[in-house]
Design a protein around this ligand. Structure first.
Ligand code: SAH
Length: 245
């Protein structure tokens, strides 16, 4: 069992929020030749060919090397529009879903985003590529450490702070957040996450039981009250935590 105590480690680099990439633009690893065609197909057919139209989202999905976040034997499938196993029974979400969620969050550079379920760190890197200041919580320490290594190697560390712990409890020291994104499904939106969302903020989370059809809900906070809309039927791994989760 992982120790869920709130050990915080900060990726290398200073979090300034002043420029999109403190210390220079990330060194994006070039896509190996055999993956270039697959990545082009992902961008043109699986994303732009469907309803991903936000140029900033498409640019981020084009820039972040997904193959760096998947286990080496599966790299050839990194640009397939499919979820892939990560280890510890967890999965890296399919590219379409990452793009859909990122687009639904209606992001602007410099926003503070709380992510629950770092997993591989791929979604985290997409958010950082778009200029967000990302706070990401993961319950499995080894996944968080592996994600940190890739995020740092790709140059996104200055915009990302990772924490090992139970994300259903939020991150009170860094609240409020402009956006909250949960990448694991629960029966309802955890009270801590609703509370840490700033006024006018958006929260995105799959709501429903494990192995049931879940709905991806987008909630907006106005006058301190959350109003949620269902966007899509989805299937996510469970959010595991205290307080009924
Ligand atoms: N966005 C990730 C996908 C993560 S899958 C990616 O791009 O790779 C969901 C993750 O949520 C898993 O890694 C799982 O361990 C984590 N998780 C589940 N319950 C959690 C909780 N209560 N707090 C933090 N992380 C949690």
């Amino acid at each position: 069992m992982t120790d869920h105590s709130s050990r915080i480690f900060k990726s290398t680099g200073r979090v300034t929020g002043e420029t999109p990439f403190p210390g220079g633009r990330p060194a994006i690893a070039p896509v190996p030749g055999e993956l270039a065609g697959r990545r082009r197909r992902m961008l043109e057919i699986d994303l732009a060919g469907r309803d991903i139209s936000d140029p900033a989202v498409l640019a981020a999905l084009a820039a972040v090397p997904r193959h760096e976040f998947v286990p080496p034997p599966l790299r050839v499938h990194a640009y397939d529009d499919a979820p892939l196993p990560l280890g510890r029974g967890q999965t890296i979400s399919q590219p379409y879903l990452v793009a859909f969620m990122t687009q639904a969050l209606r992001l602007s550079p410099g926003m503070r985003v709380l992510e629950i379920g770092t997993g591989s760190g791929y979604q985290t890197a997409v958010l950082a590529e778009m200029g967000m200041e990302v706070f990401s919580v993961e319950r499995h320490e080894e996944l968080s450490l592996a994600a940190e290594a890739v995020i740092d190697r790709l140059g996104y560390g200055g915009r990302v702070t990772l924490r090992v712990g139970d994300g259903t409890l939020g991150w009170p020291e860094e609240a409020p957040f402009d956006r909250v994104l949960a990448a694991a499904a629960g029966p309802r939106i955890p009270a801590a996450l609703a509370g840490e969302l700033g006024e006018g903020g958006l929260l995105l989370m799959p709501v429903g039981g494990f192995r049931e059809v879940q709905s991806l809900e987008l909630a907006e906070k106005r006058g301190g009250v959350l109003t949620a809309a269902r966007l899509l039927e989805v299937s996510f791994v469970p959010l595991i935590g205290r307080d009924g989760f």
